[in-house]
Design a protein. Structure first.
Length: 245
């Protein structure tokens, strides 16, 4: 039975957590998500970044088992969307990131969604922030699931890739993997016909451009800070804004 002494103890614990800088779950967000990408969703207008994992960017390219390029970022998004179907999610918010997105561990019933994405090879354990899914990543690598079926760049490295970037993948990574993947950054072609929004960093801000605006044709996509997005909401969820008129 929950007695008064338990209540006092719980209150004292909550106070200690706040004073020590450790926060309990401040919020639970429940609802059917709109999938933005492999690790970002929107529930009822609230942007949520899945905690402890990092999925490929929407414009990220990988190599398959035959050494051919494929749009793995789009595939990760679509895999999460297919898994989610129309089921409601429950997300326990742990904090916020620099883009003001809620950082959360989400579930469908008893299924840990963050874990599912890593186990199926569509994301990596984001060890810079959490070791929670390291074992799941090792398992997906061993069975060559998802990204691990070929060669790829870790999402956090893709965002600032260079000739020193390490290539990950299955047991046999093609000798030309780095050359092929780094070539993808100079391509003017969007990774998917539905993903034609261009974005880049200008004066410290990420700004996106739609087809037809005056900067779109002039903007080249040959720099690491340039990205393709599939919708304005996706670009905004990544911290980008539309140009000022």
């Amino acid at each position: 039975m929950f007695t008064l002494s338990h209540t006092v103890a719980a209150t004292s614990l909550a106070g200690f957590l706040c004073l020590s800088g450790i926060s309990a779950h401040a919020e639970t967000i429940v609802g059917e998500p709109r999938i933005v990408d492999g690790d970002t969703v929107d529930i009822g207008g609230k942007k949520i970044r899945l905690q402890g994992i990092d999925a490929p960017e929407s414009d990220q390219l990988c190599l398959d088992a035959q050494g051919e390029k494929w749009a793995c970022g789009i595939a990760a998004r679509d895999a999460l969307s297919a898994f989610s179907k129309n089921w409601p999610w429950s997300c326990e918010v742990e904090g916020r990131d620099r883009y003001d997105r809620s950082l959360a561990f989400c579930s469908i019933g008893s299924q840990d969604i963050n874990q599912w994405i890593v186990q199926n090879g569509w994301a990596l354990a984001f060890v810079s922030y959490s070791n929670r899914y390291v074992a799941d990543e090792l398992w997906s690598r061993d069975i060559h699931a998802g990204l691990w079926s070929g060669a790829f760049i870790a999402p956090w490295d893709w965002r600032s890739r260079s000739e020193q970037t390490v290539i990950l993948g299955s047991i046999s990574v093609p000798a030309t993997a780095q050359k092929l993947l780094l070539e993808g950054m100079s391509s003017q072609d969007a990774p998917d016909p539905a993903c034609t929004i261009k974005a880049g960093v200008h004066d410290g801000e990420c700004i996106y451009h739609l087809t037809g605006d005056r900067w779109y044709a002039k903007m080249t996509m040959d720099k690491p800070d340039r990205h393709w997005f599939c919708s304005e909401k996706e670009a905004e969820a990544a911290g980008c804004r539309a140009p000022k008129r």
